[in-house]
Design a protein around this ligand. Structure first.
Ligand SMILES: [Zn+2]
Length: 390
C-alpha cells in the first residue's frame, strides 16, 4: 500500500452525541466494564461505535478520540495492533482440520477488513448464512492472553454476536467466549454488538454492560444521505423512512438495484400473494428461495413485517407512520379491500415473529416460507390457523 495514499477519515457517527459523551466519560474514569454489549437495529452503526470506543480508549490526547494522533490514524485505517475486529463469516469450504479452519477464517477476515478499508462508508449487510465459529473464538482467546502490542489495553470487537450460536445450533463457540468473558485477561476489553441480543446466551448477556443505540430521526438520516452519499431529496427521504432510523440500512436502500431493494420487492410479492390468496404462488415463491439456510431469510421477514405495520397504519388512517411511502396507493387499496382489523393484522405479525424464531433456528427455508404464507393468508382474512393450531 502506498504511504502517500490519502488518510481515510473516521466514519461519521450521527445522532448519538449524548451517548458518545457518556461513553467517553466512562472510558476516561475507567468505570466501563471489561465487556460491553452494543445493541440496536441492523445497520444502525453498532460496530462503528464499538471501534470508536476502542479509539477513545487508546488515544492519548485530550477529548479522545482526536482522530489525528498515531493511535487514531492507525485505528481508522483498521491497522491498529491492539484493535481486533471480528464478525460473522461464511463457513470456509473444505477446511479438513481445526487448524485449516482457523487459518481459512483468519484469511477471510483479513480479506473483509481490506474491503472495509476500500469502501469506507460501509460494505453491504451480510445476509447469507454466516457464523462466528469456535476456531475464531479460540483465536480471540489466545490473543487476549497476550500483552497488548502498543499500550496498556487491547480491544476485541465482536460484531453481530448472535451468530456465535452457529448454524448447526452448537453453542460451543458461545460457551468458549463465555469462559473468556468470565475471567477476562487484564488489559483485554470486549465489545459485542447485536441486533438480536435476545438470541445471545443469557450468561453472556448478563456479563456485559448493555448499551442501546436508539434509532435516529429519519430527517437526520435523510440529510446524512444527501450530504454524504449525494442522494437527491426524494430518494433520501424514501431510504430514510424505510431504514427506520438506521443509517447503514438507509444506505442499502439507496441503490435501486441493490440487495435491500430486491428484498423489499420480494417481500411485497409475498404479501400480495397472501392478500390475494394466490396459493399456487406460495410454492413457486418458496421454491425460488435459495436453499442455503433460513438465516438468510431474516432480512426478508423483517421487510415483510414492515409492510404489515404499514398496512396497519394505512388501515387506521395513520399514513404519516407508513415507511414504504412510495407504495401508499397500494397500501390504502389493500387496507380497504381487506377491511383489515387490528387483531387480524396483529395475528399476521405474530406469525412473522414465529417464522423469525424458526429462521433463527435454521429450519428449511422453503418449508418455512410456504407455511408462513398459508398462515398469513389465514390471519389476514380472519380464518382459522391452518393445521388447527390455536
Ligand atoms: Zn487520537
Amino acid at each position: 500500500m502506498s504511504a502517500s495514499a490519502k488518510s481515510p477519515t473516521a466514519p461519521a457517527i450521527v445522532g448519538h452525541d449524548a451517548l458518545l459523551a457518556s461513553l467517553r466519560r466512562a472510558i476516561r474514569d475507567e468505570t466501563l466494564p471489561a465487556t460491553v454489549l452494543v445493541h440496536g437495529a441492523r445497520g444502525c452503526g453498532k460496530q462503528t461505535i464499538a471501534l470508536w470506543m476502542a479509539r477513545a480508549n487508546l488515544c492519548r490526547e485530550p477529548a479522545p478520540p482526536c482522530e489525528r494522533c498515531t493511535n487514531c490514524r492507525l485505528a481508522v485505517r483498521l491497522e491498529h495492533a491492539d484493535i481486533h475486529w471480528y464478525f460473522p463469516l461464511p463457513r470456509p469450504k473444505g477446511a479438513s482440520s481445526p487448524a485449516k479452519m482457523a487459518e481459512a477464517l483468519e484469511d477471510a477476515r483479513l480479506e473483509r477488513l481490506e474491503e472495509h478499508r476500500r469502501a469506507r462508508l460501509r460494505p453491504p449487510l451480510e445476509d447469507g448464512v454466516v457464523g462466528i465459529y469456535l476456531a475464531t473464538v479460540l483465536g480471540i482467546r489466545s490473543r487476549a492472553h497476550k500483552r497488548p502490542a502498543l499500550g496498556e489495553a487491547q480491544w476485541f470487537v465482536i460484531g453481530d454476536a448472535e451468530h456465535l450460536v452457529s448454524q448447526e445450533a452448537s453453542p460451543e463457540a458461545a460457551n468458549a467466549l463465555l469462559k473468556l468473558l468470565e475471567e477476562p485477561p487484564s488489559g483485554s476489553r470486549f465489545v459485542l454488538t447485536s441486533s438480536r441480543p435476545e438470541a445471545l446466551l443469557e450468561t453472556i448477556r448478563s456479563r456485559a454492560l448493555p448499551v442501546h443505540l436508539p434509532p435516529i430521526p429519519t430527517s437526520e438520516v435523510a440529510s446524512f444521505l444527501e450530504r454524504e452519499c449525494g442522494a437527491d431529496s426524494e430518494a433520501a427521504t424514501l431510504a430514510a423512512t424505510l431504514s427506520q432510523g438506521s443509517i447503514g440500512s438507509a444506505m442499502g436502500h439507496l441503490d435501486a438495484d441493490g440487495a435491500s431493494a430486491s428484498v423489499r420487492r420480494e417481500s411485497l410479492e409475498l404479501l400480495r400473494a397472501a392478500l390475494e390468496r394466490r396459493r399456487s404462488h406460495y410454492y413457486t415463491r418458496a421454491l425460488g428461495l435459495r436453499p442455503g439456510g433460513a438465516r438468510g431469510l431474516l432480512g426478508l421477514l423483517a421487510a415483510l413485517q414492515l409492510w404489515l405495520r404499514d398496512l396497519a397504519a394505512a388501515s387506521v388512517g395513520r399514513e404519516e407512520r407508513v415507511a414504504n411511502i412510495d407504495e401508499l396507493a397500494f397500501l390504502r387499496g389493500a387496507a380497504v379491500r381487506l377491511s383489515a382489523t387490528p387483531d387480524r393484522l396483529g395475528a399476521a405479525m405474530d406469525r412473522i415473529e414465529e417464522a423469525t424464531a424458526l429462521a433463527t433456528a435454521n429450519v428449511n427455508p422453503q418449508l418455512l416460507i410456504g407455511g408462513l404464507l398459508l398462515e398469513l393468508e389465514a390471519a389476514l382474512h380472519g380464518a382459522a390457523r391452518p393445521g388447527g393450531a390455536a
